[in-house]
Every structure is written in C-alpha cells, then in structure tokens.
Ligand binder design. Structure first.
Ligand code: FAD
Length: 379
C-alpha cells in the first residue's frame, strides 16, 4: 500500500497549488485525479483576479480575496521559475463600465462601498474611460477603475502549477480518482481509490464541484456545479488592455490577442454543453460593451462547472475528523483564491494556525446548520 504525508483528491488549480506548497515544505505529497488533472473549472475559467464583491453576500470574502491578490506577484514568479512556464499574469487593472443614466449617484455609491472595504477604486468620466480603453461603447456613461486588479491565463497557470508541483517532488496520478475517504473511527486514514487504498496523515479534498460525490464528503462540502459558458474572440483591429466589465458581461484580454467573453451562471447538473441561448447572451452583451467586436472571429466556445457551496463561500480547513481537510467551494473566485488557499492549508498542516482568519469558511458550518435545524423540528 502506498503511504504519503498528504493525499489530495483533485488536481485542479487548488489541489495542484496545495501540492506545490506542501512539496516545497518537505512533505511527501500525492495528488489523485480521476482524469487528466487541470481539465475542469481551472481550465474553463476566465482568470479574473478581483476581490471586489459582486453582491452583499460576497462581502465576507473580501479580506481573503485581498490577501490572495497581494500574494499573486510573488506566487506567479515562483511558479514560473520552478516550472519554466509562463502564466500570462496581467496586473493591468480592471474597468467597470456603467450604462445607467443616473451614473453620478451610482458611481459615488460604488466608490464609497469599495473604499469602505479597503479596495482601491477610482471614478472615471466616460471620456476618460474611453481614452484608457477606446474599445468601450459610446453609450457608457461612467466607469470605475480598479488599478490593483488584473487577470491570469488560468489554463497556463494551472499547467505551470502542476509542473512546479511535480518538480517540487509531489507525485501526481491521473485516471485514479477517490471513491471515498478511508475512515478509521474518527480518523481519516487516507483515500479509497478505484482499486486500492492510500494511507496519509493528512487527506485534503480539492475535487472542485465533484467533491461531494466522494463518499463521506457531502456533510462537509455540499457543493454543486454552477455551469458557466464562455467564448473566445479575436478582432485584429481592436485593442483591450484591461479586464472590462458591465453588469451583463466581462471581457478578458489575453497576451496572445484573444478576448474572452463570459460567463453564464446556470444550475444544470454536471452538463458541460454550450447552448445557442447561452452563447447568444454572451455575444450580444459583449458587442454592447465593445461594439468593435461585431466583426470579431469566434475562436472557441466552451463551458465549465464552478464549485458552488450553499452560501457561495469557499469551504476551507479542518473538519471534525482527524486528518481530514477541505479546500473547495471556491465558486467564481477559485483562480483569485489559489495562492491564499495553498498558503492557509500549508500553515495549518505545519503550524496548526493560520495568518488569515478562515473561521467563516469552516467545513463544519453546514453540519452545524443541520444540527440547529434538526433541533428546531417538532417532536
Ligand atoms: C466559466 C467560468 C469562469 C470562471 N471565472 C473565474 C474568474 O474569472 N476568476 C476566478 O477567480 N475564478 C473563476 N472561475 C472559478 C474557478 O475557475 C474555480 O473556482 C476553480 O478553478 C476551482 O478549482 P478547483 O481546483 O477547486 O476545481 P477544478 O478545476 O474543477 O478541479 C477539480 C479536479 O478534481 C478532479 N476530480 C473530480 N472528481 C474526483 C475524484 N472523485 N477524485 C479525484 N479527483 C477528482 C477533476 O478531474 C478536476 O481535475 C470560473 C469558473 C468557470 C467555470
């Protein structure tokens, strides 16, 4: 039987980054993926790095997002150096375009909200926004510039992280997924794979939206897939420098000239097919934001499955079973949250304390909610 210090189920960006971090810390680490690693959400993503909350429910995640964004330059430099691969990191800012006619009030509310959360955001008049990004529509009334944000090429990043993990002595096994956790009383002794068991002192579940399909995991990580459809466009005569947002769409420029447009959020089970309606919605919102895209070529369309949790927040840290930890539920922010997730898991395993408060993201919050609900039920 194989034996490791750490066994990780799932070789996406999260499992790969944890393996890298722990491999570098001297642990014997193994990653088990049921298929070729790095081909799920981490491949399908847009790679935007933005800790700004999309809605009030996401405010709780801002400190985690900010901490991760601050780690990014050092993290990608390390990954690129160890792997010898580029990650397409673009710390060039993001620009949110406002179309409403009452932009003055909207703009000051957005800026005040950002500043209240300690996020850098600058108001821009429409003409100044178009000077920075000439591709923006004439209909844009004002904009918010978030200069510290940016993007990374998530496909390149994931491949580089997996390579860096291998070069840091982590073993990565393809086509050998976890069926269950290996329980011994109140201890998790490792993973039950397709045809064997592997023993580990620490077992980490990082199987994205599939985590709850591993037997024994659903009470800690009741995640479900949230499908996102995307399109990659190329327009020879159009330059976009920063990530552009409107309330309907984002456009993400890549170093190779492609412009990614996305994304839908759909609850359609594990279905990864693109649909006419989904792609139409993306293309019409993209053209509304940057009309020059009308003649752009469509190079690729795809869909991926985000790991969503019941409160849309990540699920991180130890469980009530000795040796079992979760690193999943990153929903729409898993690429942003990769460096901080890897660091927190390493800190917990090596020192049993963490540098960023993660109590709010505990895997035990779902078990507690269930117990409370059960208590309230009439006899
Ligand atoms: C369309 C789209 C756009 C997105 N845009 C952004 C963005 O702009 N910014 C951002 O920060 N985030 C974004 N996200 C979210 C981000 O991509 C995810 O949160 C992140 O990739 C999750 O990484 P992961 O490693 O947890 O999961 P995944 O990448 O899904 O990896 C999970 C891995 O587990 C493996 N697996 C499955 N079952 C098992 C098993 N039983 N045993 C072992 N292995 C198993 C899978 O094969 C897979 O390799 C987006 C996601 C999508 C789909």
């Amino acid at each position: 039987m194989k034996k490791f210090d750490v066994a990780i189920a799932g070789g996406g960006v999260i499992g790969g980054a944890i393996a890298l971090e722990l491999g570098r810390a001297g642990f014997e680490v193994a990653v088990f993926d049921r298929q070729q690693p790095g081909q799920e959400a981490s491949w399908a993503s847009a790679g935007i790095l933005s800790p700004a909350p999309e809605n009030p429910g996401m405010v709780t995640m801002v400190p985690l997002g900010k901490a991760s964004l601050a780690l990014y330059p050092e993290f990608v430099a390390q990954v690129e150096e160890i792997s010898g691969k580029s990650t397409g990191f673009r710390p060039k800012g993001t620009l949110e375009a406002l179309f409403s006619h009452d932009t003055k009030a909207e703009l000051s509310t957005i800026i005040a909200l950002h500043h209240g959360l300690g996020l850098n955001a600058e108001p821009l008049r429409a003409e100044d926004a178009r000077e920075l990004e000439p591709a923006l529509s004439e209909e844009v009334e004002a904009a918010v510039l978030r200069p510290e944000e940016g993007s990374v090429d998530n496909r390149a990043l994931t491949a580089a992280i997996l390579e860096a993990a291998r070069r840091s002595d982590a073993e990565i096994f393809s086509g050998n997924g976890a069926k269950a956790i290996w329980r011994e009383g109140n201890r998790c002794a490792g993973l039950v794979l397709q045809n064997e068991k592997v023993a580990a002192k620490w077992t980490i579940i990082a199987a994205g939206c599939f985590s709850a399909t591993i037997e024994g995991i659903a009470p800690y990580a009741p995640v479900r897939p949230a499908k996102g459809q995307m399109a990659a466009l190329r327009a020879d005569d159009l330059r976009i420098e920063r990530v552009l947002w409107s309330e309907k769409i984002y456009l993400v420029p890549r170093n190779d000239g492609r412009i990614l447009a996305g994304a839908t959020v759909e609850y359609a089970g594990f279905d990864k097919r693109t649909t006419a309606g989904g792609i139409r919605k993306i293309l019409s919102a993209a053209i509304e934001l940057a009309p020059g895209l009308t003649n752009a070529r469509i190079e690729e369309t795809w869909a991926g499955l985000r790991p969503d949790s019941p409160d849309h927040l990540p699920i991180l840290g130890p469980t009530d079973m000795d040796g079992l930890l979760m690193a999943t539920g990153h929903f729409r922010s898993g690429i942003l949250l990769t460096p901080v997730t890897a660091r927190l898991l390493r800190e917990w395993i090596t020192e049993q304390r963490v540098s960023v408060d993660w109590d709010r993201f505990s895997p035990l919050r779902f078990k507690t909610e269930k117990t409370e609900a059960t208590k309230k039920m009439p006899a």
